[in-house]
Design a binder for this molecule. Structure first.
Ligand code: ADP
Ligand code: IPE
Length: 242
């Protein structure tokens, strides 16, 4: 079994509210269909999550405003999830959406239901979303879910799809001389000047590192070239291995 995280920056246009990159998702799903293995799929929010979360002060203490924001963000995320679920279904990947609110409450997490669907050959699809955390309205990121399910189910690999070729020594979007780090095995220190509501590349790296510390190989691949997943372990692989 492998865990796939579809990054919001690949599946949406991150700066344009609720702008879905349908052709990118169709292409990724076609590639996933070619992999002969069970999968757990987790997706992020991109412009279906981060824009309104920021606007409504999420994560934050429960208030009229944050509760309204919770509802908007959840509805938008469920909407994005439905689009992805339908594309998976159209490719013959039968799947079941599992939202965070049904899995995580305060510090209690229950991922057992993933195993039930996996055993039936049905692909669980979860996604970053809002949830209640003590007296706060939190955001549980897709990267955190990917880490949690990896810990629980010990997949043979975890693959993160994003909109960059891998992790660089600095942000490749703002530094044309940034160098792609093909392998990272130790500390990675980096100041992301524009972190999103779930921590941007640093939180992603921390979670990837956490998965790798469990003895599971972790990869970051550009979702615009999903076929690179077939080159994992080969000399011509383009991406970052943790
Ligand atoms: P996703 O939405 O795919 O889960 P994020 O948007 O959180 O991922 O993180 C990917 C983004 O992080 C890239 O689009 C890139 O602009 C930014 N970034 C910042 N620093 C780096 C870095 N050192 N290497 C790669 N990407 C970086
Ligand atoms: C956060 O999930 C989703 C919301 C903001 C509701 P992620 O943090 O995994 O989303 P991306 O992949 O970075 O967009």
């Amino acid at each position: 079994m492998i865990v796939i995280k579809l990054g919001g920056s690949a599946i949406t246009k991150k700066s344009e509210y609720r702008s879905f990159n349908e052709s990118v998702v169709v292409n990724i799903v076609k590639t996933l269909k070619g992999i002969n293995d069970n999968m757990i799929i987790v997706h992020g929010g991109g412009s279906f999550g981060h824009i309104k979360a920021k606007e409504y002060g999420l994560p934050g203490f429960a208030s009229e405003r944050t509760m309204k924001g919770m509802n908007i963000v959840h509805n938008d995320m469920a909407n994005l999830n439905l689009k992805i679920s339908k594309i998976l279904y159209s490719s013959g990947i039968y799947n079941i959406p599992l939202p965070v609110s049904s899995l995580v409450y305060d510090n209690k997490k229950n991922y057992a239901v993933f195993g039930k669907y996996l055993n039936m050959g049905i692909t669980p699809v979860s996604y970053g979303d809002t949830y209640i955390h003590g007296n706060k309205i939190g955001i549980y990121s897709g990267d955190n879910i990917a880490y949690d399910v990896a810990r629980r189910f010990h997949p043979s690999a975890v693959v993160f799809f994003s909109d960059v070729d891998g992790i660089y020594d600095k942000n490749p979007k703002t530094n044309p001389d940034a160098k792609l780090l093909k392998t990272i095995s130790g500390e990675f220190q980096h100041d992301d000047a524009t972190p999103d509501v779930t921590g941007g590349i640093m939180n992603k790296y921390r979670k990837m590192r956490g998965i790798s510390d469990l003895g599971i190989p972790v990869y970051l691949i550009n979702g615009l070239y999903p076929e690179r997943i077939y080159n994992i372990g080969k000399n011509n692989f383009t991406g970052t291995v943790i």
